[in-house]
Design a protein around this ligand. Structure first.
Ligand SMILES: [Zn+2]
Length: 205
């Protein structure tokens, strides 16, 4: 899932810079340019809409080995470089049930996750996705969930989450079932989103 609030922070920073008309220092400009290159390189490694692997249902992880530790570590880096708050294995072409996410400020690896809504309360909020370019659509999600999973070493993890954290794990779990935001939004939002995605598809080989 892409990070909406982070984008807002940047917008505010830019407004602030503009108000005072202070140009970036060379070091700041270089850091910003490097951040944008890292983001582009990361996004190029994340499967984009139209890739059939995004529609596959992932299988359980059976081996908690060095390979899993290596891949999940790499996914945490990719997620941060891409300005995301969650990244599922299917989004990098691995059809296994695990994802990484930043929950309450902490990077988590959740393997074979089971997500259970707590209570009936739901809410709509806009979501973006690292596999769907810049589109944002309103999605209804459970406000509170319980997550039972394993970490990369196979140790049990149990989390009670609400709000944005609950939303992130519901979004990432959808990826493991081959479900995208477009499947969960109502017709009008889906039409708008698809009209933004189609020109990109034409450019893809
Ligand atoms: Zn996503």
């Amino acid at each position: 899932m892409s990070d909406h609030e982070h984008e807002h922070d940047h917008e505010h920073e830019h407004e602030h810079e503009h108000e005072h008309d202070e140009p970036l220092t060379d070091a700041e400009a270089r850091a910003e340019a490097e951040r944008l290159v890292r983001k582009e390189v990361a996004l190029a490694q994340i499967r984009q809409y139209g890739d059939p692997v995004l529609r596959m249902r992932a299988d359980d992880v059976e081996a908690f080995d060095e390979e899993l530790a290596r891949i999940t570590g790499r996914m945490v880096e990719l997620m941060h470089d891409a300005d995301g708050v969650g990244l599922a294995a299917t989004q990098i072409g691995i059809v296994r049930r695990f994802f990484v996410a930043t929950l309450d400020g902490e990077d988590r690896v959740l393997v074979n996750p089971v997500v259970t809504p707590v209570g009936d309360e739901t809410e709509f909020d806009e979501e973006g996705c690292l596999s769907l370019g810049s589109i944002r659509v309103p999605i209804e999600r459970a406000v509170r969930v319980q997550v039972d999973a394993r970490d990369a070493a196979g140790e049990p993890v149990a989390l009670s989450l609400e709000g944005i954290d609950a939303r992130v794990v519901q979004h990432e779990l959808d990826h493991l079932d081959g479900v995208l935001l477009l499947d969960r939004t109502e017709a009008e939002s889906r039409r708008d989103a698809l009209s933004q995605l189609r020109p990109r598809l034409v450019l893809q080989p």
